[in-house]
Design a protein around this ligand. Structure first.
Ligand SMILES: Nc1ccn([C@@H]2O[C@@H]3COP(=O)(O)O[C@H]3[C@H]2O)c(=O)n1
Ligand SMILES: [Zn+2]
Ligand SMILES: [Zn+2]
Length: 245
């Protein structure tokens, strides 16, 4: 069974040529938005789609390039489409998302006073697979991104790893490929400089070639074209293209 992946954007948080690294994952009758950053409303519009075309949104962690478009999404759903969007979110991020990100803009006494007033909230527990649609099952995997802040990667249908933002974790990739049947890795990349809170290209180039062949790179900087041909066996995901996974 194949899925369709269309990146709304493939850029890093500071990219200007590319939209935020947000993705549409579809199975033909269900479409999930993975992360909804600052640029998501415009990126979606440029693909000729609206929020009403989506069935659900999932958040990996609390950074503007992953949650900055949620206020507009919630308002559009309420006032333009008159329904609530399903929101899949780790239990650990639920209160943080409301209290520290959305409450200021979304709250209206008597109308919107909590996250559930704005979204149809479904909390996820890491390590517990959740069926989102007939053909999409997804598990959160805690990762290391910003010390002291919760952040999650995704494992989809027992074979597709979506890193979201994370520092290099070769042990996790080795385990997923060696023990859990992973055949596709959608991985963020920081093309230059020390990783600090991201995974660098040079770190990914240290992986065995068979693993590199599974990797599609995303969340990259504006000078990505300078690195075409310098990514070993790995290839870049392109913004807007529909990929069959
Ligand atoms: N400790 C940190 C925290 C943040 N950052 C930068 O800010 C961006 C926030 O979104 P991101 O996509 O996680 O990438 C982060 C870094 O570029 C960083 O470089 N170091
Ligand atoms: Zn990011
Ligand atoms: Zn981040």
């Amino acid at each position: 069974m194949s899925l369709q992946l269309q990146m709304l954007g493939t850029g890093s948080a500071f990219a200007k040529k590319y939209f935020n690294n947000n993705a549409l994952l579809g199975d033909g009758s269900f479409t999930l938005l993975i992360d909804c950053g600052i640029t998501a409303p415009l990126a979606l519009h440029q693909l000729g789609k609206t929020f009403n075309d989506l069935d659900a949104v999932l958040i990996t962690h609390i950074h503007g390039d992953h949650v900055g478009g949620l206020e507009e999404l919630a308002f559009q759903m309420k006032y333009a489409y008159h329904r609530k969007m399903k929101l899949y979110i780790a239990e650990a991020l639920r209160d943080v998302l409301w209290e520290h990100t959305l409450k200021g803009g979304l709250s209206q006494p008597g109308q919107i006073t909590c996250l559930e007033d704005a979204f149809d909230v479904h909390t996820l527990q890491p390590g517990v697979p959740c069926r989102l649609s007939e053909q999409i099952e997804l598990e959160l995997i805690p990762n290391r991104h910003i010390p002291g802040k919760d952040s999650f990667s995704l494992y989809i249908n027992g074979r597709i790893f979506y890193s979201a933002d994370m520092t290099f974790d070769p042990g996790l990739l080795d385990k997923l490929v060696g023990e859990r049947g992973c055949d596709t890795i959608l991985h963020e990349v920081q093309l230059e400089g020390p990783g600090e809170v991201h995974t660098t290209l040079s770190e990914l180039l240290s992986l065995p070639e068979p693993v590199q062949r599974m990797i599609r790179l995303m969340h990259y900087a504006d000078n990505k074209d300078e690195f075409v041909g310098k990514t070993g066996e790995m290839t870049f995901l392109e913004q807007g293209h529909v990929n069959t996974l």
